[in-house]
Design a protein around this ligand. Structure first.
Ligand SMILES: NC(=O)C1=CN([C@@H]2O[C@H](COP(=O)(O)OP(=O)(O)OC[C@H]3O[C@@H](n4cnc5c(N)ncnc54)[C@H](O)[C@@H]3O)[C@@H](O)[C@H]2O)[C@H](O)CC1
Ligand code: K
Length: 498
């Protein structure tokens, strides 16, 4: 799904009005009825009064239309118009007659509300053009201090749709965005203040976005479904990739097992594991599908020798559990020199690269999957999630690599400057080994012949989906990395039905 900036959303509105030969009021009514239906599906208890706080723009216009629809549906609705500016939008003015009466405020003065009552925030929408000041600031601070649930239309009032908000904004319990989510919903700076967000189509003209150049995308079910291939009955393990996983060191075998099992669970044909031979028996008892020596040319005496193994595999992943011992440094140095295959670098491989300033040696189109600390060791500290994402995109372009910045809202940046936002996953996945599972999934899809970008999209989305299923079963405290692997089969079947 393409994510648009506020100016593009405005143009999409105007294009729809023109293309569908409707008025902006028709579009407002459409938005209002979509919101009203969504609202009634969530808040069907009509004993609570609904207080609709309207501003002077079209977000406020939505508020008047929604108030009228909810009143007709049997809710007790009070409407308040906050006219702190000197200009109404035409649709706002024309919609005010939708409601029988409403209180007008030219200055904000607090008033009593029943704690159980709901507030619909229709003060400001995507037309925000700077930080809130004066009366708006007083009103929003008062709203944020109330115990009442706040439901925002399109976007929490005061929030910038595209980047971090410099001032205050409404802290919403629920937000319904029209057509598509706003980019700023994915910023960690905002996510504490948007408890739940959702989006619903208002049937804007799809043709407008088809040719529209955007740099930001949401990884959604449809995108993943369009990438994940179906298998042919005549295919066999040789068609599903041969991967090499390089990791593990004394006392650090867990990551090897987790990554190996995850790789096989994602449909990999064959896996060669380069890890200290003292681990081979434990590895095979935990993951018999992996192998150390078998299926490799007899002359490959030591899996560490990239030259000999590399030519036989389709992709390689390196890093988890390697440690920072000097032989690991030599291993990474050898890898950066000798590797010719699509590669995933994670964990200790990234730390060794940081410490030796080997970033420019990372192979073109490689995938690296740092978490925030590993990222900042590689590329320097950033003062916000937003600025970290901008640096992520800049480094992808500069080094010609794909970067997966893992976190609450994992982002994938591509050498072409595009950025993909993931919305699956949960806080329970912040547990040891979760990243190793992702590395195994990345290796699997890369070895199966998906492009690096397809690989990142599939692995990140499915990793988060499996984690969500695991949290549903075990809760987000008890969840461990192996639980994510347990649900990989079901989330893959949910996408491709097989
Ligand atoms: N396709 C859609 O998404 C549709 C969205 N709709 C609704 O329209 C609003 C956007 O309407 P717009 O009039 O452009 O903007 P606002 O309602 O946000 O109001 C702008 C209004 O507020 C003033 N203002 C802007 N910034 C500030 C500020 N920092 N402090 C004070 N006042 C500010 C500005 O002067 C304007 O007067 C969208 O969010 C949806 O709710 C349509 O209804 C249907 C299609
Ligand atoms: K709003």
């Amino acid at each position: 799904m393409k994510l648009l900036e506020k100016s593009q959303i405005r143009s999409w509105d105007l294009d729809t009005i023109d293309h569908q030969n409707i008025s902006s009021f028709d579009l407002m009514l459409r938005a209002a009825s979509v919101f009203s239906n969504w609202f009634q599906s969530l808040f069907f208890d009509k004993t609570r009064t609904i207080h609709v706080f309207c501003g002077m723009g079209n977000n406020g216009g939505d508020g008047f239309c929604i108030a009228s629809l909810l009143a007709k549906a049997g809710y007790e609705v009070n409407v308040y118009l906050f006219q702190f500016n000197n200009r109404f939008s035409d649709d706002n003015l024309s919609r005010q007659k939708e409601v029988e009466s409403f209180d007008k405020f030219e200055k904000f003065t607090p008033f009593p509300l029943e704690q159980k009552d709901l507030i619909i925030d229709a003060l400001l929408g995507s037309g925000i053009n700077g930080p809130l000041k004066g009366e708006y600031l007083k009103l929003v601070s008062w709203l944020n201090a109330l115990p009442n649930k706040i439901i925002s239309i399109d976007i929490p009032s005061g929030m910038d749709p595209d980047q971090p908000t410099s001032g205050s904004f409404v802290h919403a319990d629920h937000v319904l965005s029209f057509e598509i989510p706003k980019i700023s919903f994915f910023l960690n700076e905002n996510s504490d203040y948007i408890k739940n967000w959702d989006y619903r189509s208002i049937h804007l003209n799809p043709g407008f976005v088809e040719d529209l150049k955007v740099m930001n995308y949401l990884i959604d079910y449809d995108l993943v479904k369009s990438i994940l291939r179906q298998r042919k009955a005549t295919e066999n393990k040789k068609d599903f990739g041969f991967a090499q996983f390089c990791g593990g060191s004394p006392g650090m075998l867990g990551s090897v097992i987790l990554a190996s099992k995850a790789a096989m669970r994602c449909g990999l044909g064959r896996l060669a594991v380069s890890t200290p031979s003292i681990y081979h028996s434990s590895l095979f008892s935990s993951c018999p599908e992996a192998m150390a020596q078998a299926d490799l040319p007899k002359n490959v005496s030591n899996l560490v020798d990239f030259q000999l193994v590399n030519e036989h595999v389709d992709a390689i992943a390196i890093g988890p559990g390697l440690s920072s011992a000097k032989e690991s440094v030599r291993y990474i140095d050898e890898f950066l020199k000798a590797n010719k295959k699509p590669a995933v670098l994670d964990a200790d491989a990234l730390n060794i690269i940081s410490r030796n300033k080997w970033q420019p040696r990372i192979g073109a189109y490689s995938i690296i999957s740092p978490h925030k600390e590993e990222f900042e060791r590689l590329f320097g500290t950033c003062d916000s999630h937003y600025s970290r994402i901008q640096k992520q995109i800049e480094k992808s372009k500069e080094l010609n690599i794909f970067i997966i910045l893992k976190g609450a809202h994992t982002t994938i940046s591509s050498p072409d400057g595009s950025c993909y936002y993931n919305n699956t996953g949960n806080v329970g996945m912040g547990t040891a080994g979760s990243g190793d599972v992702l590395t195994g999934m990345l290796l699997s899809f890369l070895a199966q012949g998906y492009t690096p970008l397809e690989t990142c999209i599939l692995a990140v989305y499915l990793h988060g989906s499996a984690g969500d299923s695991a949290a549903f079963k075990y809760g987000n405290i008890a969840l461990i990395a192996s639980d994510i692997i347990e649900f990989i089969p079901s989330v893959i079947k949910n996408i491709n039905g097989k």
